[in-house]
Design a protein around this ligand. Structure first.
Ligand code: APR
Length: 228
């Protein structure tokens, strides 16, 4: 089976009703989002950071995968589909995709603050001060904050480098290192971009832009690359 590698971003989940940081205009309540999504913010006010992520988790539990997520699952009938996502939601999982790599972590998981290998599922939506890992340290959201390293980037580059077809959905390609993954796409691999706005992808010619939302765009992509 040919390998279809998909890089997704916030726009993938827009039709499910999830707002992005950028749509929040950089602010949450009266706080700068960088303040609640950074190591400095965590050191300054843990309970504020936990509350911010609790609210996002609560909102996530009310949302469902959209036509775009479901269309990518359909493509598994004909392709070995690999999803590399910048999203921290679990909508690809709930849609039923089989191979998903989260570059920026997972909202519904927590992680030990002394041993990053200790990762846990969060029951419900609350992670609070006093919730501890098995070694007794405070649990933090299992997400990559601004200014932190992206440990999954190496694995993502490996996946992108074996793409027979590469698809970019709902990401502005502004945030590194994720945006740099484009340089690992083999030269002969066709690239599709699904985004209602123009996204500039440097260094590649012959990119096919499907200027539509994720839901509609994935249906059009299926028509284009499906052999049925
Ligand atoms: N369908 C598809 N794409 C859409 C839709 C939609 N319905 N609505 C908006 N978009 C597109 C926008 O045009 C934009 O190009 O989704 C893209 C979203 O871009 P960003 O908001 O920059 O999100 P993303 O690229 O995922 O951001 C990367 O930055 O906020 C941090 O860590 C966070 O993972 C995130 C990272």
């Amino acid at each position: 089976m040919k390998k279809l590698v998909v890089l997704t971003g916030a726009g993938m989940s827009a039709e499910s009703g999830l707002r992005t940081f950028r749509e929040m205009g950089g602010l949450w309540e009266e706080h700068d989002v960088y303040e609640v999504a950074s190591p400095a913010g965590w050191h300054k006010d843990r309970s504020l950071v936990l509350r911010f992520y609790n609210e996002r988790r609560k909102q996530l539990l009310k949302t469902l995968p959209n036509k775009g997520h479901l269309g990518l699952v359909e493509l598994e009938k004909e392709y070995e589909v690999w999803i590399v996502t910048q999203n921290v939601d679990d909508l690809h999982e709930r849609a039923g995709s089989g191979r998903i790599l989260h570059l920026h972590g997972e909202l519904r998981k927590s992680r030990s603050t002394i041993d990053p290998k200790l990762v846990y599922d969060i029951e419900g939506w609350k992670l609070e001060e006093g919730d501890l890992c098995e070694k007794g340290s405070q649990l933090r959201p299992h997400v990559v904050w601004f200014g932190e390293a992206v440990p999954a980037i190496k694995e993502a580059a490996r996946i992108v480098s074996f793409a027979d077809i590469f698809v970019i959905i709902g990401t502005s390609m502004n945030v590194y290192p994720a945006a740099g993954l484009i340089s690992y796409v083999p030269g002969t691999t066709p690239i599709y971009v699904i985004d209602p706005n123009m996204v500039s992808v440097a260094g590649h010619s012959g990119i096919q832009h499907i200027q539509k939302s994720a839901g509609e765009g994935v249906q059009l992509l299926r028509k284009e690359i499906s052999h049925e």
